[in-house]
Design a protein around this ligand. Structure first.
Ligand code: KIV
Ligand code: ZN
Length: 498
């Protein structure tokens, strides 16, 4: 048995079928080209008889893409097969994917038929498709709930009729991994001509088993997996391409795919954007958090050696580097690492103080970004040599009250406290500061900015102060805007005393 596992991508057929995932033709061509670059072996481009748009898409994708096999879906119905063959006429390598329901439910309640008649219809469909193209895949719809003995009869009959690939879909996502694997093994062991075709998995994710079932199928002899990017598809979706490919790549199973894995992330993003369906943050392989570490213990472990907490090198799937998300649970090592990447060296007391400030900020903000860190580091680096330190600040204000602020400043070791009134809380705090400072000053500019716009963002304040005909600039940053304002004024006043 070959050790190559063929990747059959049905994002543009089964994936696109799901509500909200519809693409126009230009978008479909863009996706098909991206899938070709990604290295998929077969692109199921659509269901040509289902609509004139689907017909046209299969036709245009056949023209636009040259390496992968282009496949069109049909029912086991002559007209469907004729239309699919017509839509595929420009494909360099064309495949017709035809099939019929084989489970008790489908035969009795959907097709209102019987097992023998279904086998005859299956044979006819394969033979008819064979009259148009050499490569014919047959699907036994709802094979997941079809008893193995009957399934083996269908598979044997369609291979005899010329099917090159036989698809064993778990259409309803019902199977457990050991059952699905046993089904494939049963077919390998009991279908006399199984060596003349490839068995394919096609698993849906209704019980969250699609990837596990596909891998179990492959481990038992299937050599094609039908997948969609990000697992998009009907109901809970199809098997996710990225999960199967990386599971095969990460384990030594003696099998491989030809997927160019570093292109996974970009392809995933393309589908998310075009189908307007973002993946959840914790989605395996392509989720925003798939390679980010937020707990202190994990961050420390990853920094010591990536493999401590990562089984995949992020670069292998197109992620630049694993990210260390700084939160209230992050440790000193992670903070130091991040700050070093930003170009600062924090040691000893500086690191301790910055870490203290970082924890205070992280309690207010969920995640600390690089901008926040730069402010914290900047504050800490400047704090040591400032002539004036803000020791305490209390502001009282509200409707029908005169804003009142009490400020304590440490000026070269001497702590002084004053209270001031003003038009607003900042004005009141500034008047308290001016009372302490004594030297006459004029406030020329006062600029407040938020870093990331949200209510929990750091506010930064720049002031320009004039004193004895000289101009001094001050900067302050804090999650509390009044504190940031006073810090900026204190910064400027410190410079006057230096
Ligand atoms: O889930 C399924 O059974 C299918 C077939 C049409 C291949 O998508
Ligand atoms: Zn399906």
């Amino acid at each position: 048995m070959s050790n190559k596992v063929f990747i059959f991508d049905t994002t543009l057929r089964d994936g696109e079928q799901a509500p909200g995932n519809q693409l126009n033709m230009v978008e479909k061509i863009e996706v098909a080209k991206a899938l070709e670059e990604l290295g998929v072996d077969i692109i199921e481009a659509g269901f040509p008889i289902s609509s004139p748009e689907d017909f046209k898409s299969v036709e245009e994708i056949s023209k636009a893409v040259s390496r992968p096999i282009i496949c069109g879906l049909t029912r086991a119905v002559k007209k469907d097969i004729e239309v699919a063959a017509d839509a595929l006429k420009f494909a360099k390598r064309a495949r017709i994917h035809t099939g019929i329901g084989t489970s008790f439910y489908h035969i009795n309640y959907k097709l209102k038929s019987n097992q023998d008649e279904i086998i005859l219809r299956a044979i006819d469909a394969v033979k008819y498709a064979k009259s148009f193209v050499e490569d014919v895949e047959f699907y036994c719809e709802d094979a997941g709930r079809t008893e193995n003995e009957y399934l083996a009869r269908v598979v044997e009959a369609v291979i005899k009729a010329g099917a090159t690939v036989v698809n064993i879909p778990d259409t309803t996502g019902y199977c457990l991994p050991h059952e699905y694997g046993a089904k494939i093994k049963y077919l390998i062991d009991n279908v006399s001509n199984v060596d003349r075709a490839i068995l394919s998995t096609h698993c849906h994710n209704d019980l969250g088993m699609a990837t596990a079932n596909s891998i179990s199928g492959v481990l038992n002899g299937a050599r094609q997996v039908e997948v969609t990017m990000n697992g998009v598809g009907e109901r809970a979706g199809n098997t996710a391409l990225e999960e199967v490919v990386m599971a095969i790549k990460s384990h030594k199973l003696g099998i491989h795919t030809d997927i160019v894995s570093p292109k996974i992330l970009n392809t995933s993003r393309l589908i998310q954007r075009l189908m307007k369906s973002p993946v959840q943050a914790n989605k395996a392989i392509v989720g925003k958090n798939a390679f980010s570490h937020s707990s202190g213990i994990h961050q420390d472990g990853v920094l010591k050696m990536r493999e401590n907490y990562e089984i995949i090198d992020p670069k292998d799937v197109g992620v630049e580097e694993s990210s260390i998300v700084l939160t209230a649970r992050s440790g000193r090592a992670a903070l130091k690492h991040r700050v070093t990447l930003l170009g600062y060296e924090l040691k000893g007391e500086e690191l301790d103080k910055t870490y203290e400030e970082f924890l205070k900020l992280a309690d207010k903000k969920k995640e600390i970004n690089d901008e926040d860190l730069l402010v914290l580091v900047g504050k800490e680096i400047r704090r040591g040599d400032k002539a004036i330190q803000l020791e305490a600040l209390q502001v009282i204000c509200g409707k029908s009250m005169i804003p009142t602020a009490t400020v304590s400043l440490n000026i070269k070791g001497e702590v002084k406290t004053e209270t001031g009134l003003g038009d607003g809380p900042v004005d009141a705090a500034f008047s308290a500061v001016k009372k302490i400072f004594l030297k006459p000053i004029t406030l020329n500019d006062f600029l407040i900015q938020g870093f990331d716009g949200g209510s929990e963002a750091f506010g930064k304040v720049n002031v320009t102060v004039e004193c004895e005909n000289k101009t001094y600039y001050g900067f302050g940053a804090d999650t509390d805007i009044v504190t940031a304002s006073v810090e900026s004024l204190v910064d400027a006043l410190s410079k006057i005393l230096e």
